[in-house]
Ligand binder design. Structure first.
Ligand code: NAG
Ligand code: NAG
Ligand code: NAG
Ligand code: NAG
Ligand code: NAG
Length: 462
């Protein structure tokens, strides 16, 4: 496996929605591992890694249920849910949960995208509805006319970039069903799926609304017959991606991606990068050179949907071994940027402080008896999940990996017979070591400690 330069803190990223493509960095790394690099197999049809599933939403039954699955993360479910161990007869009284959206088409395109897909991207099985409140129920279908002069830049098929697929929607529905199996059926905490008990917030990306829709359907199929509000913030200041501008944070990140701890890994993998560039036509593209994010996205989006790794028009393909290296490097990069780097915490606090402020407010409102909701549920992106994981301290337990599709962090509040309240944090369906029974007041204080005072002024350098 990878060697982590300095295991410490946090992760976070954005679905390649990174406003951030601008890290002109360099790189080398240190220790890779033989175990990652599954040797020599060049079957382009599957991407395997020593420790994860990247080619199916369904984790094979011979693997543990909570195996890392990039296509569809493990999450809370009745079969593997356990009550808090220590208190006698505690009662669940409140919760917040945050998930990443489910699987989608690639967010990034190769310069000659069309030639690099032997299988079209078909989204005709999933209608894209979007319409004004009182109007007709319009949906749109994506077509790429054969005469379009720019067709070389997009795949053949009916999917746009970064579009939730039918498979992703189905995974979101199954996720909602599992969530209900615990918080509805097993615990009876939620008694019906309605907007009085459940507050839902998403980003402004369509796929996050669609995941909320699938999730609600899974919790209660009857919700398909009606409307359900989700809340968003204006995209320029949305805290969930996050997408508010923070030049001071960008400068901090640029600095820690300009030192050997980061640049060494780019240098060390120059051969890999050259092979990928030759096959994919990505040479000299700075956003493909500053990190492995785009390679990771374009490979895993394919393999999660049963598409082969890309082959170019001369028949040369990205090898499974190279793809396995890319996903390993992707994990390493996410852990470095959001967890392990010197100053990663400062970066996370600035870029995610506004979201953490909202969480802190939620729990304080609950504590004061004023939160009308039982559940506040958020659908975000990989950048949301990695920052939240890091700021909650999950990266202190073990290095953070790239948050998988449907990645989930649940924060439960339990009340004891003595009326004491405790928080339990569950990550990908498993309680987090050290965060299994935190006094509510302590939890709130630790959230607040991650929110810089005067964050707007700090971000903008004044
Ligand atoms: C996924 O990859 C693994 C490892 O290469 C392979 O055993 C499995 O059959 C593949 N699954 C699918 C659905 O392609
Ligand atoms: C971290 O921040 C400190 C204080 O601004 C700075 O001196 C240091 O160079 C930064 N480290 C890195 C790796 O950027
Ligand atoms: C296809 O990939 C091979 C191997 O990397 C490379 O030599 C060739 O130039 C590429 N062809 C095109 C058309 O990109
Ligand atoms: C990339 O840049 C190098 C150096 O400037 C140049 O020699 C090479 O032809 C460029 N490659 C492509 C594919 O543009
Ligand atoms: C549970 O109880 C055991 C034994 O009293 C204690 O060591 C442990 O720290 C407790 N765990 C939590 C999460 O409170």
């Amino acid at each position: 496996m990878l060697c982590f330069v300095s295991p410490q803190v946090a992760p976070a990223a954005f679905d390649a929605m990174d406003s951030y493509l601008v890290l002109l960095l360099r790189i080398p790394v240190l220790c890779y591992l033989a175990s990652f690099v599954i040797g020599g197999d060049t079957d382009p049809g599957s991407l395997s890694s020593a420790d994860g599933v990247y080619n199916s939403s369904f984790t094979p039954s011979n693997l543990p249920w909570n195996t890392y699955n990039y296509c569809n993360a493990p999450h809370v479910n009745a079969k593997h849910y356990s009550l808090p161990a220590n208190a006698s007869h505690p009662k669940l009284v409140y919760m917040n949960a945050v998930i990443r959206h489910h699987k989608r088409s690639p967010d990034n395109l190769y310069p000659e995208e069309n030639e690099l897909n032997s299988v079209p991207w078909d989204c005709s099985d999933f209608s894209q509805f979007s319409y004004g409140g009182s109007g007709s129920h319009v949906f749109h279908e994506t077509t790429s006319p054969s005469w379009h002069p720019f067709l070389s830049q997009i795949w053949t098929g009916s999917c746009d970039t970064g579009q939730l697929t039918k498979g992703g929607f189905d995974d979101a529905t199954a996720h909602g069903k599992d969530f209900w199996s615990v918080y509805g059926r097993k615990l009876g905490f939620l008694t019906s799926v309605n907007e009085k008990d459940i507050f839902i917030r998403t980003s402004t990306e369509t796929r996050t609304f669609q995941v909320a829709s699938g999730f609600l359907t899974g919790m209660d199929p009857a919700t398909t017959a009606r409307s359900f509000p989700v809340t968003t913030q204006p995209s320029p200041i949305d805290s969930i991606v996050p997408s508010y501008s923070c030049p001071a944070a960008d400068a901090i990140r640029d600095a820690y991606q300009s030192v050997p701890a980061w640049t060494d890994h780019l240098d060390a993998n120059a051969d890999l990068k050259a092979r990928l560039d030759a096959t994919l036509g990505t040479a000299n593209r700075s956003d493909w050179a500053s990190w492995y994010d785009h390679f990771f996205d374009t490979f895993t989006s394919r393999t999660c949907h049963g598409h082969p790794l890309p082959c170019n028009s001369t028949g040369a393909c990205v090898s499974e071994a190279d793809a396995a290296k890319v996903v390993a490097i992707g994990d390493w990069e996410y852990n470095y940027i959001w967890n392990a780097a010197d100053n990663a915490t400062a970066y996370n606090q600035l870029t995610f402080g506004v979201f953490i402020q909202e969480l802190a407010q939620n729990f304080k409102l609950f504590r004061s008896g004023g939160d009308p909701y039982k559940l506040r549920f958020y659908v975000g992106h990989d950048g949301s999940m990695i920052r939240l994981a890091a700021l909650l301290g999950l990266g202190k337990v073990s290095p953070l990996r790239w948050p998988a599709m449907g990645s989930e962090i649940v924060m439960e509040v339990w009340q004891t017979k003595q009326d004491e309240k405790f928080v339990r944090v569950i990550h990908e369906g498993t309680p987090v070591s050290g965060l299994e029974w935190i006094p509510l007041d302590t939890f709130i204080s630790s959230l607040e400690s991650q929110v810089p005072a005067h964050i707007f002024e700090l971000c903008n350098g004044s």
